[in-house]
Design a protein around this ligand. Sequence first.
Ligand code: RM4
Length: 253
Amino acid sequence: MLLENRIFAITGGASGIGREAALEAARHGADVAISDIAEEETVQPLLDEITSLGRKAVYLQGDVSAAETATCFIETIVQGLGGLDIFVSNAGICPFHSFLDLPSETLRRTVEVNLLGAYFMVQAAANQMVRQGRGGAIIAVSSISALVGGEFQSHYTPTKAGVHSLMQSTAIALGRHGIRCNSVLPGTIRTAINEQDLADETKAEAMIRRIPLGRFGRPEDLAGPIVFLGSDLAGYVTGASLLVDGGCFVNLQ
Ligand code: RM4
């Protein structure tokens, strides 16, 4: 029970990594707030699963690229759960596309969701934690792609590098408030974000061969690292980043 009676909030929590992190936080005793662009009715089974674990659950449908969504999410969290202890900025997109002919609107949307959305949400969460005066933990879901490139991800990898860097800067700005900021860097985790991309069996087999643990990650593989970074077990960890990639990044030969 690493998060007993804590209040845990996550964006992009309706599916994939966000969904599994939300459930694991509830298993560890937290009340949970979720935001996502999905219709609430599609998220209701997840909310029901969290309440079946004896924890409270609240939901806000919204687009993180709009600054006002962050304000609304914090209001939803405080009104529904009474405060905020752990905030996870997870929402993100990766519309794979070649570089030379990348449409400007695809670039803009990816930056607005992945980087601006993270910034708005982290800033709003931090201000709530500062108002509360009891510290807190902020975790951003960056990526192995903060550290390496992707031919069809030229619009995406800079946003993940930006999220990684954002946690380093906010760790400095918020340390005096007892707020820790860290990032997790997932490797290739099978979710809806890459379902179409990994349908290419030749690509998928080549990528798996580079992973020492011999498999793609599963969303639940991120749940433990996120709970750890949000818990008191990570009480002296801030400005750090945790690769969760099956060893892929370090595997040159
Ligand atoms: C990750 C990494 C994975 C890709 C996802 C969409 O950062 O690049 O390989 O499948 O993004």
